[in-house]
Design a protein around this ligand. Structure first.
Ligand code: NOJ
Length: 557
């Protein structure tokens, strides 16, 4: 899509920095043909909904040809569309319709593994001498005649599967039906770069790189050491430190290579799934000489305990890592306008198809505060379709689970089915999602939470999302302004954003009881937005009263 600024206007911040990106899980968004599974024509019919909400781009989870063992993350053809989702023609229509509405498409890209039905794997396992044998990770049995070593799959059990036909084991970081590609092989890297080019030529604006940190394993097959604090409550795959099966140094080189390839013919956004909890997240940005990902995904807002000082420390620590804090206007070292040049652009995500719903984890009231933080902290904002309705997920008993993660590791609360429940749209049968039997049950209470109802209700979560996104677009301070002045006081947490002389303060009350906020320099404050639909007029010499779990955006004059 052409940048409206036109070629040569590289002084403008890239579109994605202030963007709001909505992740769409196509199976659960909208069904068009009554088979109970969402599809591309269904999504196409709902684009105006996304547009009305004000989102800038969708991240579309995989729609490639797939046996669907892992619901599309097991790819049998990287350049074809799985018939249950539609056709390449539908895909092209989707890209065009998004672009016509000024929105962009970020496509899930799954480079770490394929399905075991992918022709590359079928060829690779056909004979030890096949030219594509080395496209996957093969090893001989260990000294005891069993698997080559004790590496475990992220989905439980050994990460090695024996292939009787050729008498060797292949490695799979996830399901045994998802054999890992061997990224050490330059032919594999080239083949995956061609996949990127294929979709770029169809107009895709960026990619979300699945399992980006796990592309490499130690070639000497050294054992991952046990985690000292793991016990019987720890799911088996988390009982080891993944020293040799995660974050290997060569991964950064390969991702940098992908970035060069993705940008060869113009800008393309690269998001990446990494373990964002530690400081190593910074490594995935690379540097000016070797840029890597634009946005390593960051879920700290929902992975953190929501205690004021801890939440503040989490947010500030991340922004400090990226050099994305300050300066405060008017102080020594302050520059006019934005935050200077951070090491990496921040991003915040409050949901995904892999994570329990934010409204479940934090509860409905604090989920409203999470929305406020999501759209007012500096960085790109991402949410999972349905978060804007405050969906909490549909409980699915382990025995009925569709998710292979739960089926292989029952009893640890890992089931991802709940957050994948279909979108409720209206009062129609099956909430307007399908005319058939939905592939997963609709979540209980959808009658109160569906889109049509929330759109009519100014107090709804949907209305809050819409107001927040509109405010973010109207206020450059929220999109690209500097961020400084974090504070916690009792149950309050706040910070400031500023741009070109305009100064905003965001304050959230993390407690269920009212709190009074007194701006410490005594500046007069005006209310710009509250998470409550009917806020009190806040300003008085006594300070600003925030109701329980209320969050506000103030203008400091
Ligand atoms: C990460 C994806 O987000 C998840 O849904 C999937 O199961 C694994 N990668 C394996 O592809």
């Amino acid at each position: 899509m052409q940048d409206p600024a036109g070629p040569g206007r590289s002084d403008r911040p890239p579109w994605w920095q202030s963007a709001v990106i909505c992740q769409v899980y196509p199976l659960s968004f909208q069904d068009s043909d009554g088979d109970g599974r969402g599809d591309l024509p269904g999504l196409l019919s709902r684009l105006d909904y996304l547009c009305e909400l004000g989102i800038d781009a969708i991240w579309l989870a995989p729609v490639y040809c797939s046996p669907m063992r892992d619901f599309g993350y097991d790819v049998a053809d990287f350049t074809g569309i799985e018939p249950c989702f539609g056709s390449l023609g539908d895909f092209d229509r989707l890209v065009q319709a998004l672009h016509e509405r000024g929105m962009r498409l970020v496509l899930d890209f799954v480079p770490n593994h394929t399905a075991d039905t992918h022709p590359w794997f079928v060829a690779s396992r056909s004979s030890r001498n096949h030219p594509q044998r080395d496209w996957y990770v093969w090893a001989d049995a260990g000294p005891d005649g069993g698997p080559p070593n004790r590496w475990t799959s992220r989905f439980g059990g050994s990460a090695w599967e024996y292939d009787a036909g050729t008498g060797q084991y292949y490695y799979h970081a996830f399901l045994k039906e998802q054999p890992d590609l061997n990224w050490h092989n330059p032919e594999v890297r080239q083949a995956m770069a061609e996949v990127l080019r294929f979709w770029q030529a169809r107009g895709v604006d960026g990619f979300r790189i699945d399992a980006a940190a796990v592309l490499a394993e130690d070639v000497k097959l050294r054992e991952d050491p046990p985690k000292p604090d793991a016990d019987g409550q720890t799911p088996e795959p988390e009982r080891v430190e993944r020293v040799y099966t995660d974050y290997r140094p060569e991964v950064l080189d390969w991702l940098a290579e992908l970035r060069r390839c993705a940008e060869a013919d113009g800008p393309s956004l690269l998001l990446g799934e990494v373990d964002g909890s530690g400081d190593r997240i910074v490594d995935f940005y690379g540097d000016a000489g070797r840029p890597i990902l634009h946005l390593p995904l960051n879920y700290r807002l929902i992975d953190t305990d929501w205690q004021g000082p801890l939440l503040r420390e989490t947010v500030e620590h991340y922004l400090t890592l990226l050099d994305a804090l300050g300066p405060e206007p008017g102080t020594a070292g302050a520059r006019q306008g934005g935050p200077g040049k951070p090491k990496g652009w921040p991003c915040w995500a409050v949901g995904s198809h892999d994570k329990p719903r934010v409204a479940r984890t934090l509860g409905p009231e604090r989920a409203r505060l999470a929305a406020l933080l999501l759209f007012t902290l500096p960085g790109t904002a991402l949410f999972f379709a349905g978060d804007e309705l405050g969906l909490e997920g549909c409980p699915v008993p382990s025995e009925q689970s569709r998710d292979p993660f739960e089926r292989q590791l029952p009893g640890f609360g890992l089931n991802r089915d709940p957050q994948r429940a279909p979108m409720p749209w209206s009062d129609a049968p099956q909430a307007g999602f399908t005319t058939g039997e939905p592939w997963l049950p609709l979540e209980p209470g959808h009658e109160q939470r569906h889109v049509a109802r929330q759109q009519r209700d100014p107090a709804s979560m949907w209305s809050l999302y819409r107001r927040l996104i509109a405010l973010r677009k109207a206020e450059a301070a929220l999109g690209v302004g500097s961020c400084f002045g974090f504070f916690t006081a009792d149950a309050l947490l706040g910070f400031q954003r500023a741009w070109a002389g305009r100064r905003l303060q965001v304050v959230v009350n993390l407690a269920g009881t009212p709190q009074v906020h007194r701006p410490d320099d005594g500046r007069p404050a005006r209310l710009l937005l509250s998470t409550r639909p009917d806020p009190e007029a806040p300003g008085s010499s006594e300070g600003i009263r925030l109701e329980g779990y209320e969050g506000v955006v103030l203008v400091l004059d």
